[in-house]
Design a binder for this molecule. Structure first.
Ligand code: NIG
Ligand code: FE
Length: 424
């Protein structure tokens, strides 16, 4: 174990670009998304797991005393750890068989309609037990950390019964307690109508409202509630009922909206004042205007568009130009987006959604942190924030969006502790 791994106080010096994301204490909009607060030849001090001081290498070197270790970034870029604001990371099995079927022409919706899709992962997840689920999910924890992500929002949604949803949320809690990755839990019992309720769907909605939400809230197993609002999944009325009930239980709201069709999800998000509306591939100008007037943050998930073989990306440019505080995330899940890599998402955000490298990085860090009610703690390298940061083996931050299919992570720190080190 290196001394920097154990030390309580250390300085990181000689960062070619220290990408601080320092700025106003709120999500960044419009041209602010292109302001990264870069300090050339930057440095910072870490004390007790938090950022203590930030400046140039010259300024910080003058503050180093005998108790302070030094980490030489050797002319590398340093960024805050990525905050991945939309993932489904606890599930059993894969869907490689369906992946191959889609390549041969079947659509995601067709596979779901015949009982595959989300339901096949639900079947596999229900058939396992919590230890096994923990073991598999732990493996994915390492994938996130190794690619520079230090916080994820983690949804349930592959259980769809009271006991199985609670099992998944307990696994998420355990992962957050026992690994170096920060997990922020979301209850997604409304991910799909399970087959046993298909002919009496209103009873599944009641089960969510009357049994699942009270249990999740009283056991403090989630901060957010999400609903998959879509044709043939949860209707606008059902989504409104579930999210309104969740709010009464003290949960903050997110929604899968307008992913496969323009189903009115963005407008519902605006009506309810959810914190985020996620996906939005089919949201139109009216939906964008509604999100803007309600202050809802869009969470864009280009990995799911890419992996489903579509080219129907959400209108990120219009959203930024309209002044929305855009977030990008992986949507890591076994069906529509099997990637934990925010690097891949940055590549798609820039090449396919025409976000600039700076906008994409803002969307993956500080804006994502605000979308999880963590803007005061995470998402930037500023005094008082948690020392979650990543040293990359490159000297220009734009390389993170330009090279793709290659990992540029050198060292990852979570709460000031070295948790990943790659050799180059
Ligand atoms: O965000 N849209 C719904 N949920 C996931 C897909 C989950 C799955 O296919 O297993 C998504 O794309
Ligand atoms: Fe999702």
């Amino acid at each position: 174990m290196s001394s920097e791994k154990e030390s309580k106080s250390f300085a990181v010096v000689n960062c070619s670009q220290l990408v601080t994301l320092a700025g106003p204490a709120r999500p960044r909009v419009g041209p602010e998304m292109r302001e990264l607060g870069i300090i050339a030849d930057g440095a910072f001090l870490v004390r007790d797991g938090s950022i203590a001081e930030v400046g140039t290498s010259e300024q910080i070197k003058a503050r180093i005393n005998a108790d302070c270790d030094v980490v030489d970034a050797c002319g590398s870029v340093v960024l805050p750890g990525f905050v991945d604001a939309h993932t489904h990371p606890v599930f059993s099995g894969t869907r490689v068989d369906e992946f191959e079927e889609r390549i041969k022409g079947a659509t995601y919706a067709e596979i779901a309609a015949r009982g595959g899709g989300i339901q096949s992962t639900v079947n596999a997840t229900r058939a396992t037990h919590d230890d096994m689920l923990l073991h598999v999910s732990w493996h994915y924890t390492d994938w996130f950390l190794r690619s520079g992500t230090t916080t994820i929002e983690a949804k349930s949604g592959y259980g769809l019964s009271l006991d199985h949803e609670l099992m998944i949320l307990r696994v998420i809690k355990k992962l957050g307690d026992e690994t170096d990755l920060r997990y922020i839990p979301t209850f997604l019992g409304a991910h799909s109508i399970p087959p046993e309720y298909r002919s009496r769907r209103e009873q599944y909605v009641s089960l969510i409202i009357e049994e699942m939400l009270p249990a999740v809230a009283s056991q403090k197993l989630a901060e957010f509630c999400d609903v998959f609002c879509e044709q043939n999944v949860f209707t606008i009325d059902e989504s409104r009922k579930i999210l309104s009930a969740a709010r009464l239980h003290g949960l903050a709201l997110r929604i899968h909206a307008d992913q496969l069709s323009l189903s009115g999800g963005a407008k519902l998000a605006a009506e309810l004042g959810t914190i985020t509306a996620d996906h939005l591939e089919h949201t139109d100008a009216e939906g964008i205007a509604a999100l803007k007037s309600a202050g809802v943050q869009p969470v864009l998930l280009p990995g799911s568009v890419y992996a489903l073989g579509s080219s129907h990306y959400p209108a990120a440019r219009e959203m930024i130009d309209a002044g929305l505080a855009v977030v990008v995330a992986t949507d890591f899940n076994p069906g529509s987006s099997p990637t934990p890599s925010m690097h891949m998402i940055l590549s798609l955000a820039t090449t396919q959604m025409k976000m600039t490298p700076a906008e994409a990085i803002t969307a993956a860090t500080i804006n994502a942190a605000y979308s999880l009610n963590r803007g005061a703690q995470l998402g930037s390298i500023e005094p008082g924030k948690v020392a979650d940061f990543v040293i990359y083996e490159c000297d220009d931050y734009r390389e993170l969006t330009y090279f793709f299919g290659v990992d540029r992570v050198w060292k990852v720190y979570a709460s000031g502790r070295l948790v990943v080190e790659h050799q180059y």
